[in-house]
Design a protein around this ligand. Structure first.
Ligand SMILES: Nc1ncnc2c1ncn2[C@@H]1O[C@H](COP(=O)(O)OP(=O)(O)OP(=O)(O)O)[C@@H](O)[C@H]1O
Ligand SMILES: [Mg+2]
Length: 250
């Protein structure tokens, strides 16, 4: 991780309610350039809601999100993607009947050009080299022409993350990349994330698998009941009795 601590993303005082449920309460934090920030917390504590407020799927009731000091609060997901925010969802977003290559092309097309260039230019113009680069980075070469539906769940998770990288994002938000992935594929997912991070990609990662997130994250933000309980190193999180309390109380 870089020592300069340049802030990529700054989140201030996000509030989001669903009726009587206050899913996010006064959430503030920043993500530093080059880091992997883990986001943990008991089921239903508001992690996905927070990502959705940042990434335009939801509009926060109050608060702001800044990317390199530029206010991006409430922007549409497509514009946020163009601005450099990549994401994966808690549930897989791959297209089963398309090949790995076709899935990556589709993810790439969503981020380039205008509706007119997408309609009137060959779909893969300029994108194939990026697809090949991503396929190589994710070690998916042997599966390039396989239909996504025929891949193992872990391979589909890798493809899903790879699709999130097609837009060359500056910061990537992953919602439970380890969820449901078996042990051997988990090592692959971990290695790919660490490699991409070492090559300069910044990550914010929601995860329930503690071993996984404690190993990959430089800092961890702990949420409980819609609030930020603490932000610290794996060591600091492990030693904070409030964190154990939050999990036991769920
Ligand atoms: N669209 C919605 N409409 C109403 N309530 C919602 C909606 N989305 C989330 N909630 C509620 O907001 C709270 C936070 O949910 P959220 O999905 O953000 O939690 P989470 O931390 O991601 O949980 P998990 O670890 O189980 O994925 C929960 O009480 C949930 O039921
Ligand atoms: Mg969630």
């Amino acid at each position: 991780m870089s020592n300069t601590r340049k802030v990529v993303l700054e989140v201030r005082d996000i509030n989001k309610a669903f009726g009587a449920v206050q899913a996010n309460k006064e959430i503030s934090f920043e993500v530093f350039d080059g880091e992997i920030l883990g986001v943990i917390g008991p089921n239903g504590c508001g992690k996905t809601t927070l990502f959705n407020c940042i990434l335009g799927q939801l509009k926060p009731d109050t608060g702001s999100v800044k990317l390199h000091n530029k206010d991006i609060t409430g922007w549409l997901p497509a514009n946020l993607a163009k601005a450099g925010l990549g994401r994966t969802f808690q549930l897989l977003q791959v297209f089963d009947s398309m090949t790995v290559t076709e899935n990556l092309l589709t993810a790439g097309q969503a981020h380039i050009g205008t509706i007119f260039t997408r309609l009137f230019k060959p779909p893969h113009l300029g994108l194939m080299s990026k697809v090949n680069q991503v396929i190589a980075a994710f070690r998916l070469g042997h599966l390039a022409n396989e239909e996504a539906g025929s891949l193992s769940y872990g391979q589909q998770k890798l493809l899903d993350i790879a699709m999130g990288l097609m837009s060359d994002p500056e910061i990537v938000f992953l919602d439970e990349p380890a969820g449901g992935v078996n042990l051997s594929m988990l090592a692959d997912v971990k290695e790919r994330i660490v490699e991409l991070n070492q090559a300069g990609t910044t990550f914010a990662i929601i995860e329930h698998n503690m071993e996984f997130i404690f190993e990959v994250a430089h800092r961890i933000l702990v949420m409980a009941e819609g609030q930020v309980l603490m932000v610290g190193t794996a060591e600091e999180v492990r030693n904070n009795p409030k964190v154990i309390e939050a999990y036991l109380g769920q």
